[in-house]
Design a protein around this ligand. Structure first.
Ligand code: 5AD
Ligand code: SF4
Length: 354
């Protein structure tokens, strides 16, 4: 099996390998991870702060035009409670994720929340933001307030496919998205991006290009996962064209493994979408070369309302039990949870040394 990727054809060959070769592919990726950055897994507590969104992405269950969504925005105190849970459980860092909004009142609210989280956690809890496209000024203010990572998925690096899964117009512009990623890097954020895997109209060539895009953008962190249909979205119309869920899961794992071979020192998240298809999907992601897990620590009563796609898993157990079980299953994949560590991507440190 190819262990050094020289060109797009090599990537396509790995992404389309036969099922008998899967294990070898995943093991190659895990060996590279363990040799380059080790077998530590970093936890990011995911807090879904609001499902209100100005955008209308054609695949997303909380898009603006879906009137069936029960909209919520967490109160400051609810966000702090979740952040303190992460801090006390020694998670190292959290992710504040939400639908996109850019009004002044909102951007100020976020700025204050970031400062307050840093204050109540003795400056120890790392903060990642996943709050969509914003202005350079907003990115800077949030960075100054104490956030240090930003996730902004490109969703698909193929501009034509991007145009098929987003409404036309400047609000959902592909070039703006790229500009945002450039701005985030320029401001000094550890910058993350990613794509959806198994979209209608998407080819294996597109996926190979996605991986090459992440490399050419010199991205520090990657979150990518299978596309999962939602019945109240325009893209649902094309559901007949989709690969079976098992294939989307397998392709998701292949993408993680090939990315690890291509970019050995980046942080790669094993995403909730993998877990949606398979209860052990996230563990399988670790066993394919990922090194980050983002347990959902949003207040229990809001989790069902943050439905980007159908069948998103909701544990009925307490967070304590869920985290204990997760620690055990992470250990069973040959990894160790790095409690209390930020887990900055090694790639970021190298990128800054030049
Ligand atoms: N299936 C899979 N992922 C989705 N996202 C949004 N909708 C879906 C879906 N239907 C992902 C997007 C977005 C992230 C927050 O969730 O990639 O960037
Ligand atoms: Fe809004 Fe993000 Fe959903 Fe697009 S993917 S509609 S920006 S929450």
């Amino acid at each position: 099996m190819i262990k050094e990727l020289k060109n797009k054809e090599d990537i396509i060959a790995l992404l389309s390998c036969s099922p008998e070769q899967d294990e070898e592919l995943y093991q190659t990726a895990v060996d590279i991870r363990n040799k380059t950055i080790g077998n530590k897994v970093y936890l990011r507590g995911l807090i879904e702060i609001s499902n209100t969104c100005l955008k209308n992405c054609l695949y997303c269950g909380i898009r603006k035009d879906n009137i069936d969504v029960n909209r919520y925005s967490l109160k400051e105190e609810e966000i702090y409670e979740a952040a303190l849970f992460a801090y006390k459980r020694n998670f190292g860092s959290i992710v504040l994720q939400g639908g996109e909004r850019n009004d002044k009142k909102y951007t100020l609210f976020i700025e204050n929340v970031i400062r307050e989280i840093k204050r109540i956690t003795d400056n120890k809890l790392g903060i990642t933001l996943s709050l969509g496209d914003q202005t350079e000024e907003t990115y800077k203010r949030w960075l100054d307030a104490g956030a240090h990572r930003y996730l902004l998925r490109i969703e698909s690096s193929n501009p034509e496919l991007y145009a098929k899964i987003h409404p036309a117009g400047s609000m959902h512009s592909y070039t703006n998205r790229i500009k945002s990623l450039e701005l985030l890097k320029k401001c000094g954020y550890q910058t993350g991006s990613g794509v959806m895997i198994g979209l209608p109209f998407q080819t294996v060539e597109d996926l190979a290009d996605d991986l090459l895009f992440l490399k050419s953008m010199d991205i520090d962190m990657v979150g990518m996962g299978p596309y999962l249909e939602h019945e109240n979205t325009p893209l649902y119309h094309y559901r007949e064209q989709l690969k079976p869920l098992s294939e989307r899961l397998r392709l998701g794992l292949h993408m993680i493994a090939v990315l690890r071979i291509l970019m050995p020192d980046v942080n790669i998240a094993s995403t909730t979408a993998l877990q949606t298809i398979d209860p052990f999907g996230r563990e399988k992601g670790l066993a394919a070369g990922a090194n980050v897990i983002m347990p959902n620590i949003s207040p229990a009563q809001n989790r069902k309302k943050y439905t980007l796609y159908q069948n998103k898993p909701f544990s009925e157990e307490s967070d304590e039990i869920t985290i204990n079980k997760l620690s055990e299953s992470i250990r069973s994949c040959g990894c160790e949870i790095a409690f209390g560590e930020w887990g900055d991507p090694v790639h970021f440190a190298k990128r800054n040394k030049g």
